[in-house]
Ligand binder design. Structure first.
Ligand code: HH2
Length: 306
């Protein structure tokens, strides 16, 4: 890009202007999620946790009723809905932008009816044949995440020659299937699926190569919070002890093209991103709330100063 070129217009997705990093808080209403399993299984505790995330500044709260950790059993859609719908209704009534982490079209429909705005599907709409048509009809924004196989079988498929090229090509194919079903291009965000059919070296390659996923032209969401590769590298067996590594990897992902980070630790992630943004300040990408501290957008130098 030449100095005199105007910066590209920021992407917009799900009512969010992606001119600065956005944060999706994780709210698993499950007994068995790998990090927060059981903590929010009671609806009242889940609602309180969702309200706290929004209060802390989460742009989206992502509600899940089925664990997708490696080897996790599938949860019947009726059970999944019984877990999440009361939480969705309460948090939607509080005006919180909600996504729902589900692979089932019936759960997607019920969640949208209950007030959710976004669907987050770890199968990229491949699990349930009704899902793409439903979302095309509803016009809901969707996260298409990369995975191979199912959570029960995915680690057997973690074989790549060039992980970044293969994941980018498979995500592009998922996007094209969604478009062919009638989902609008601006409704689609893509996610490399850190830890899903990926081993340590694949996760690292994908984070280093995130720009090639962003080059597909859709907003990029990354979920790496407390995941196993962080524990492996930092020597932390307990997911709850992986905050520092999650923040470091999240900032790296942001610097390499991620627009949205899906995280367990909302206030800590927002603080880290604020510091990163204040230091990085690429032209117009400044959090407006920093203006009170005198940190304002820097305009590009005139061409002859280059
Ligand atoms: N990771 C998990 C679940 N859903 N969705 C997207 N888009 N991206 C991710 O990386 C992602 C996801 C797994 O993490 P978590 O929800 O914390 O655990 P569990 O699947 O055990 O409930």
């Amino acid at each position: 890009m030449h100095r005199e070129d105007p910066p590209p217009a920021p992407l917009r997705w799900a009512g969010l202007l992606l001119d600065r990093p956005r944060v999706m808080g994780i709210l698993n209403v499950t007994p068995d999620s790998f990090s927060d399993g059981g903590r929010h299984a009671d609806p009242a505790r889940a609602i309180a946790a969702g309200l706290a995330m929004a209060e802390a500044g989460a742009d989206i709260v992502d509600i899940g009723g089925e664990s997708t950790r490696p080897g996790a059993p599938a949860v019947p859609a009726a059970e999944e809905q019984a877990r999440i719908l009361p939480v969705i209704r309460a948090l939607a009534a509080a005006g919180i932008r909600l996504s729902v982490d589900t692979r089932n079209a019936a759960t997607m429909a019920a969640a949208l009816d209950a007030g959710a705005a976004i669907i987050n599907d770890v199968s990229a709409l491949a699990h349930d044949p009704a899902a793409p048509w439903l979302l095309a009809a509803r016009g809901a924004p969707v996260v298409l995440m990369h995975m191979r196989g199912t959570p029960a079988t995915m680690m057997a498929h973690a074989q790549y020659t060039d992980p970044v090229a293969e994941v980018a090509a498979e995500l592009a194919a998922s996007r094209d299937r969604a478009l062919a079903a009638g989902i609008a291009p601006e409704a689609i965000a893509l996610d490399p699926g850190i830890g899903f059919a990926k081993r340590l070296e694949h996760n690292l390659a994908l984070l280093r190569g995130l720009e090639r996923i962003a080059a597909l032209g859709c907003p990029v969401l990354v979920g790496l919070s407390r995941k196993r590769f962080i524990g492996t590298i930092a020597g932390q067996a307990d997911p709850a002890g992986r905050l520092a590594g999650s923040l470091a990897a999240g900032l790296f992902a942001r610097a390499h093209g991620a627009h949205i980070l899906r995280v367990h630790d909302v206030p800590e992630t927002i603080a880290a991103l604020k510091l990163w943004t204040a230091l990085d300040v690429p032209a117009t990408l400044v959090d407006p709330s920093l203006a009170e501290h005198g940190i304002v957008p820097v305009s590009a130098p005139p061409p002859d100063a280059a």
